[in-house]
Design a protein around this ligand. Sequence first.
Ligand code: SF4
Length: 412
Amino acid sequence: QTYRPRVATAEPRRNSVGVQIGKVTVGGGAPVVVQSMTNTDTEDAAGTAKQIAELARAGSEMVRITVNTPAAAAAVPRIRERLDMMGVDVPIVGDFHYNGHQLLEAEPACAEALGKYRINPGNVGFGKKKDSHFAAIIEAAIRYGKPVRIGANWGSLDQTMVARLMDENGSRSDPWDAGAVAREALIRSALESAAKAEEIGLARDRIILSCKVSGVQELIAVYRDIAGRCDYALHLGLTEAGMGSKGITASSAALGVLLQEGIGDTIRISLTPEPGQPRTGEVQVAQELLQTMGLRAFTPLVTACPGCGRTTSEFFQELAKTVQGHVRAKMPEWRVKYDGVENMTLAVMGCIVNGPGESKHANIGISLPGNGEAPAAPVFIDGEKKMTLRGDNIANEFVQILENYVETRYTS
Ligand code: SF4
């Protein structure tokens, strides 16, 4: 058999119906959208608007806020006004649980100011009230021309659906295990709610679905399944992913597999921020996940070797940190220039072993001298050695080379 190298790209995107949320398109072949959520009390309009603006500046293209009380609903139009005054046009998504039908009815200005409503079929209401509460929210969405995310969640499964599936399962010759019943309950909850929303009159291009769970393998199984059963746009996210490296690793593992298979139109990385860490960390992880997979290009990616005994100089680590810090500080200015253009890489390498080679693969690369090597740092631009830096000012000179490259290549 002839060996055929695989093409180094993700699989083609799953076909989905595009949904417009303000200026942002989710699905329908649009780039995968990054979104996040605030953790402020929505009743605090100033604090919430400030955090939304921070998340938007970090690159969040939609920001969700909880709308849980009449005072929170009343604050939403004031939050929108504050954002407009700051020149932040990011769509706000209202997250409703239990009382969404009442809040949308009582606060028309809230219903109008939001870019999208998110509802959870597991808690829009119970028994007979469930249908009327659900219908009231969908009717509000139709009245105000807003899309809706129907977001089922493992932690708040629709118990009527679970009971129905358990009954069905009892009569199967090959009964499912409890995990399979829960996955099917999540999926059917989302799909049947979407069908009901369409019956009420919400257009297909106003519906996004999600089925969030907290386990990596369960999330992959659920989304592979639902992706093949509908063409609604899909919001991906691992719920309750956790803190720090655990949360990042689990989210990246789950979302990476699905995105590679072309599944997912918008993502949220749900991280619990560590004390003192900014909320914007989850936006950075989402962007880096999409960019390292070659799905979007936000800003130059820095490739740095890990360092080893061949380069004991702290200068090497400092330079990698300086370059990475500079690139992040340039957001969102550079993001605007880069998005959808191409993936640009910068290599910061510690010695001659892999330094020149890796630098040639990058748009701009620098190979610092390792122990015992001549004190010179060759710089490669678009694969060619263009200059050699020496002395104490290498970091500043390299950053200037980077600035010049961006200006000449992306701003004309
Ligand atoms: Fe070590 Fe040089 Fe490889 Fe960096 S490039 S890890 S310094 S051998």
